[in-house]
Design a protein around this ligand. Structure first.
Ligand SMILES: Cc1cc2nc3c(=O)[nH]c(=O)nc-3n(C[C@H](O)[C@H](O)[C@H](O)COP(=O)(O)OP(=O)(O)OC[C@H]3O[C@@H](n4cnc5c(N)ncnc54)[C@H](O)[C@@H]3O)c2cc1C
Ligand code: FES
Length: 263
């Protein structure tokens, strides 16, 4: 059973923007979600598989009532979503989960790896709307596999792109680029690091944040089923009062304070 709030939406795909052979941005006509969504929240989308698939909200165009989802093909469900065409219907639950906390921040550094650069784009969009100083670090395997570089640059935030292959600004991973950035940046009170991507990358980012005494928020990508707190598939380990326990990634997260995550 769904909660009483109308979170299930029958929406239509407005357009599909292919980024490379494995990734695309789906633009959906979803005015209620566009009006309510905050950065870090996600939607749970139907595909040709039994279960819906959780996808972070990459951007909203509030006036037009559109949301954008950046999707990378990793298996059958995401491959099916990438075959969708303009005009196709989709059932979408959302906006779901607790997103990033931006209140009180004066400077935000987003650190994304792989498909983690999609949801962090929404953070940068809202930072620009709110006048929060924002920097974006994005990590890729190579320039060839990089995505959204022009879109991030177009937001006007300071960007630093890393590639394992060594063919972008920094040779190495997103955490290496963050370390370089933190060595150069003058400290500003109210700075926080927000990260999304592969778990080892987020762990390295959280460790760098801890060493630099900066707060860090991480968006965990657990496997999910219901997306609304009912099935417990998404249980993730967290620390509280010196003990380790479990929380539901879909409703207690997906964004958590890095300090409480049991890495
Ligand atoms: C809150 C949240 C936000 C997300 N946002 C995005 C997004 O913006 N863009 C995007 O492309 N993807 C995102 N994902 C990941 C996406 O949900 C999975 O890639 C998708 O569910 C995989 O389904 P599939 O049927 O294609 O692959 P499956 O056949 O289910 O799995 C293929 C492979 O991917 C692995 N896998 C599947 N799901 C996950 C997961 N959640 N975490 C780690 N490994 C996984 C499986 O173990 C398997 O090895 C997000 C996940 C969560 C929980
Ligand atoms: S996915 Fe069902 S409780 Fe989180």
């Amino acid at each position: 059973m769904l909660p009483e709030d109308p979170i299930e939406h029958a929406v239509t795909i407005r357009s599909v923007r292919r980024l490379n052979s494995l990734t695309a941005v789906l633009v959906l006509d979803a005015p209620l979600i566009a009006a309510a969504a905050t950065p870090g929240q996600f939607v749970n989308v139907t595909c040709d598989q039994f279960l819906r698939r959780p996808i972070g909200i990459m951007a909203v165009q509030r006036r037009e009532g559109l949301i954008e989802l950046g999707i990378r093909a990793v298996g059958a469900g995401t491959r099916n979503l990438l075959q969708k065409k303009p005009g196709d219907p989709l059932s979408v639950l959302g906006p779901l989960g607790h997103g990033f906390q931006l209140d009180g921040l004066r400077r935000v550094i987003t650190v994304g790896g792989g498909s983690g650069v999609f949801p962090l784009f929404f953070v940068q969009q809202v930072c620009r709307e709110r006048g929060i100083d924002a920097l974006a670090v994005c990590g890729y395997r190579s320039k060839n596999e990089s995505i959204l570089r022009d879109e991030y640059a177009g937001l006007g935030c300071q960007t630093l792109f890393a590639a394992d292959a060594g063919d972008l600004d920094v040779a190495g991973q997103a955490a290496d680029a963050l370390a370089q950035l933190l060595r150069q940046l003058p400290p500003v009170p109210g700075t926080a690091i927000l990260t999304c991507g592969p778990r080892p990358m987020m762990q390295a980012v959280a460790e760098l944040a801890r060493r630099n005494q900066l707060p860090c928020q991480v968006s965990l990508e657990e496997r999910m089923a219901c997306g609304i707190g009912v099935c417990l598939v998404c249980a993730c380990q967290v620390k509280a009062d010196g003990k380790t326990g479990y929380q539901r990634c879909c409703v207690d997260g997906p964004v958590f304070d890095a300090e409480v995550v049991a890495w």
